[in-house]
Design a protein around this ligand. Structure first.
Ligand SMILES: NC(=O)c1ccc[n+]([C@@H]2O[C@H](COP(=O)([O-])OP(=O)(O)OC[C@H]3O[C@@H](n4cnc5c(N)ncnc54)[C@H](O)[C@@H]3O)[C@@H](O)[C@H]2O)c1
Length: 432
């Protein structure tokens, strides 16, 4: 089931050896096992089959239909038939006993992320977990503790950090285009009511129920990951505290009433998750980040992707920029023409891999680029771009937003998962 434990009750274990900047021994070939190959995981199967130096050796899913689909993708793309698991909910543990797996990709419903990532590390393998990393403050700490104890990677796969625009903005920020950073805005605004029609399999079959158990921000990381990288969160700054409020929860019940018969299971649910949730995070250096979540209201998609500094601002959806110095227009007017800015500030990683990434696809190439970069770092003995502390900091907005909403928007402290290492952590480089 979905636990929704409040914050604060858990005392982290004594300081373990930090995994910030962790470098695993170089791997020649990266042997990949996957748990969960539904709507999301199936894309990873394809991507790893297309990346040199990666090989899919084993797959686990409790749904025989998607398990068979994934396995035949591997063979149709020229790979050996992977070992398959999934005849019971913990069959993934049998898979983890294999000695031909180096990394495990976890793309299962949210309540499974924590146990599967933990078991993966305890079995001596690197864990790569879909978003969010976990659901409660205690679960986040447990994954931090386990990564430190085992000295293994536990990366939350925030693919949006590999989007073309996000990479360009990171490059702009690093070159000082916006001056000193002050404020960011992030969001997951994506109308997903239609997923309520998925009853037996696919995302909506389980995700719908989170709207009946949690009132806060269920999915904070897509917009927040990039803004956190712009701001060097955990690498010179860190989240300090946050506050959160939710609008009424009206849209899902109305949708159920409109789209399903009166006696349909979707009309028996009590939706409590406010349609629009707004949180504000304060960092130790005093910066602010607004984070919104709305998967219910009819409106265009947005992750906001806004970063503001003393010299101006970039905003996404649609992309636009305004600068006091260095812009092409008076800063009172948005410059919407991105071609000029791409030419000047395209991230070297996108210059190198963008065409291939767009060809391989997955959210405009960001999914492929993330997978490619993971394999590149593992094969070349470089630290990953995202570590367990990042995943925990970005994901903990979920339980803390729920706690703040339930407490009239009063502020909640955000744990320092790095245990002080943020002060000396090195900012993410502009890699090529
Ligand atoms: N980063 C992104 O852009 C992005 C996009 C979509 C989904 N996601 C994330 O991916 C994850 C999966 O979402 P989805 O849309 O693929 O859902 P899904 O329901 O389509 O797939 C989940 C799969 O997990 C399997 N599963 C469930 N319990 C299992 C168990 N105990 N052992 C083995 N397999 C089990 C299910 O059978 C299913 O095939 C979620 O965390 C979601 O938030 C991320």
């Amino acid at each position: 089931g979905c636990s929704s434990q409040a914050s604060g009750a858990y005392t982290p274990a004594a300081k373990g050896k930090s995994v910030m900047g962790l470098v695993a021994p170089k791997m020649d070939t990266v042997r990949v096992g996957l748990i969960g190959v539904g709507e999301r995981g199936v894309g990873f199967v394809r991507h790893f089959c297309h990346i040199d130096g990666a090989v899919v050796t084993a797959i686990c899913d409790t749904d025989p239909l998607v398990l068979e689909r994934a396995s035949s993708i591997v063979t149709s793309l020229g790979g050996d038939k992977p070992a398959v698991y999934g005849d019971h909910p913990y069959a993934y543990r049998d898979m983890l006993e294999r000695d031909d797996i180096d990394i495990v990709i976890i793309s299962t419903p949210w309540e499974w992320h924590h146990p599967m990532a933990k078991d993966t590390m305890l079995a001596g393998k690197h864990a790569f977990v879909e978003v969010p990393l976990a659901l409660t403050v205690a679960e986040m700490w447990d994954l931090v503790d386990t990564a430190e104890k085992t000295q293994l990677n536990c990366m939350m796969m925030e693919n949006v950090n590999y989007g073309r625009d996000e990479l360009m903005v990171l490059n702009m920020v690093r070159q000082g285009l916006f001056g000193e950073l002050l404020h960011g805005e992030a969001a997951y605004i994506h109308e997903l009511r239609w997923q309520m029609k998925q009853m037996d399999r696919k995302t909506g079959s389980w995700r719908t129920h989170y709207h009946t158990t949690h009132n806060g921000n269920l999915y904070p990381t897509h917009g927040l990951g990039p803004v956190s990288q712009y701001m060097n969160i955990n690498r010179g700054d860190r989240f300090d505290y946050m506050t959160s409020m939710s609008s009424p929860a009206l849209g899902r019940a109305a949708y159920a009433k409109r789209e399903f018969p009166a006696n349909h299971p979707r009309n028996q649910l009590n939706f409590i998750h406010g349609d629009m949730n707004t949180s504000i995070i304060k960092t130790v250096k005093g910066r602010t980040i607004m984070v919104q979540h709305d998967t219910t209201t009819p409106m265009p998609y947005s992750r906001h992707n806004l970063i503001q500094g003393t010299n101006g601002v970039f905003a996404g959806f649609p992309n636009r920029i305004a600068l006091e110095n260095g812009g092409r227009k008076d800063f009172h007017y948005w410059d919407h023409d991105m071609d000029y800015w791409y030419k000047k500030y395209e991230h070297p990683l996108w210059v190198r891999m963008g065409q291939e990434a767009e060809k391989q696809g997955g959210h405009g190439g960001m999914d492929f680029l993330m997978c490619w970069r993971m394999i590149y770092c593992l094969r070349n003995g470089e630290p990953l771009d995202q570590d367990v502390y990042d995943g925990a900091a970005w994901s903990v907005i979920l339980p803390l937003s729920v706690a703040s909403v339930a407490d009239r928007g009063n502020s909640k402290d955000i744990p320092d998962f790095t245990r002080g290492a943020w002060e000396t952590g090195k900012p993410l480089g502009i890699v090529s």
